[in-house]
Each structure stands twice: as C-alpha cells, then as structure tokens.
Design a protein around this ligand. Structure first.
Ligand SMILES: NC(=O)c1ccc[n+]([C@@H]2O[C@H](COP(=O)([O-])OP(=O)(O)OC[C@H]3O[C@@H](n4cnc5c(N)ncnc54)[C@H](OP(=O)(O)O)[C@@H]3O)[C@@H](O)[C@H]2O)c1
Length: 253
C-alpha cells in the first residue's frame, strides 16, 4: 500500500519512521518533505494533489484547521483517506472527503519506535470491514498497540496517550531532578529512571495491566516505598492527572 503524507511535521515524521518504508509526501516547506523522503527512500512531491494521485492511502498530517483547504486539493484524487487530525470527527472527514473510505486514527509520538498507542475511531455507520479496511487497520497496528474506541471517547483517549509522552517526559525529569537534589548526577539518574519506566511498562503488561499488583509487590507494609507513595498522594499526583485530562478536554476542574 503506497502511503502519501500530507504535511511532514512531527507526527508525519514519527509515523513514517515507524512504518520504515518509502512514502510520497508534501509540505509547504519543500525542504521538510525532501528530508523525510530522503531518510525513508521515498519521494517529495511539489503539491498535495500529486501526493493524492500517487498514493493508495492519503494520511492527513496537517493541522485540523486546514481540513477544508487541503481537501480542496486532495479530494479530487484521493482513493482512501486516513486522518490523524485531533478533534476532527469522522462526520467532518466524510463531509470533506465524500464517497471514498475514510478512517480516523489518533497516534502518539512513540509510533516512531513502533511502541505507540494508536486509537482508531469505530465507524458506527460502516458495514462489515472489508479487506481494504483491514489492511489500513493493520498498517496502523504495525506502529504499536491499536485500540478501537467509540468515537465519543477518542478525545478522552487523546489525553491519556497522544499528550502523555510529554507528561511521562515531565515525570521522568521531575524524578531526575529529585535525585540531583540529593547528589545523584543527572545523566545516571536519567538512565535509572528511564529504564525503570520501560521495565515497569513491560511488567504491567505481564501482570495484565494490574497496577495495584505491581505496587503491592514493591511496597512492603511499613516500608520505604509506602512512605514515598504516601508523599506522592499528598502531593496531589492523582488530582494533577485528573486536572490535566480536564484541561485537555477544555472542562472546568
Ligand atoms: N504531535 C502529536 O503528538 C500529535 C498526536 C496526535 C495527533 N496529532 C495531529 O497530527 C497533526 C500534525 O501534528 P504535528 O504535531 O505533526 O504538527 P506539525 O509538526 O506542525 O506538522 C504539521 C505540518 O503540516 C504542514 N502543513 C501546513 N499546511 C499544510 C498544507 N496546506 N498542506 C500540507 N501540509 C501542510 C505544516 O507546515 P507549516 O509548519 O509550514 O505550516 C507542518 O509541516 C495535527 O492535526 C495534530 O492534531 C498530533
């Protein structure tokens, strides 16, 4: 399946690196498209319409506000369209790209290393998935873990996975800084913290995502970890994550 990227910014680059195969692509900044195509062995094209004409699947990687201006160029040629645009429901995509298969995905930056969480919005209006639908879903599943969700929950999911690489980076930084305060060199602190994140993620998978089981294994009664956990709770860790999600969803706390 020939992939055509419309826009070659951060997420397009992460997707393309994750897929690791040649793409055709375009971006208002020609140099951005050229360097992506060079890296992956694909081709940078001079405009969006040409990308659409050459691709089996057009992947919209521009900003949500550009939906209609891009569709004016891309829709006449596009065979099938996958969107990663935040806050852009299937109904809006279908209106911009009528009479062809349209898919809505939400990726996260770790797709670059094929460890991303990817959400696909379930298409309530579609019939049974055909071979093309399955091939498109399989393409995105290559990038990590693909979770299909009712479209009403996609924005909530966004707060947990699309935004979260930034949160996780901040959590890691905060832990490293805590260690620095007590004399641990930042470089070694970062190695320890990041490896602990990676290893704990794998353990959680093996424990069936049972977070409490992992906490109980580490925190013996009356022990040091229990004290640390209490300090985190008192510091408002849970409330901070709840507030972060509310902020993403544009709600009052
Ligand atoms: N970053 C994430 O973690 C993330 C996660 C999930 C979903 N998304 C979605 O992914 C999309 C891209 O986000 P991003 O973070 O990669 O943004 P980005 O780095 O700004 O990339 C967007 C790219 O699209 C280009 N562009 C602008 N107008 C265009 C046009 N008419 N035709 C083709 N390309 C055009 C931009 O060029 P200029 O800079 O010159 O305008 C830029 O290179 C957004 O819709 C966002 O909602 C992002």
């Amino acid at each position: 399946m020939k992939i055509g990227l419309i826009g070659c910014g951060n997420m397009a680059r992460a997707l393309a690196r994750g897929w690791g195969r040649p793409v055709v692509c375009a971006d208002p900044l020609a140099e951005r498209a050229r360097s992506l195509a060079e890296e992956l062995g694909g081709e940078a094209l001079s405009d969006n319409a040409e990308v659409a004409a050459r691709a089996d699947l057009v992947v919209l990687c521009h900003k949500p506000a550009q939906l209609h201006s891009v569709a004016a160029e891309v829709a006449p040629q596009a065979r099938a369209v996958a969107s990663i645009l935040a806050a852009t429901p299937l109904a809006a995509l279908r209106e911009a790209y009528p009479e062809r298969p349209v898919y809505r995905f939400l990726p996260s930056l770790p797709v670059e290393v094929r460890q991303g969480a990817v959400v696909q919005a379930a298409d309530a209006g579609a019939g049974e998935a055909d071979a093309e639908d399955e091939a498109v879903a399989a393409l995105f599943a290559e990038l990590g873990t693909l979770v299909v969700l009712d479209e009403s929950l996609v924005d909530v999911a966004m707060g947990l996975m699309s935004c979260a690489p930034a949160y996780v980076a901040l959590v890691a930084e905060a832990q490293v800084d805590a260690g620095v305060r007590w004399g641990l060199p930042a470089a070694q602190g970062a190695q320890l913290v990041v490896q602990t994140l990676t290893g704990t993620a794998e353990l959680l998978r093996r424990r069936g995502y049972d977070t409490l089981a992992v906490r109980r294994e580490v925190a013996s009664p009356g022990g040091l970890t229990a004290r640390g956990l209490q300090a985190l709770e008192q510091g408002g860790l849970r409330a901070a994550f709840a507030d972060a999600l509310a902020a993403v969803l544009g709600e009052e706390r």
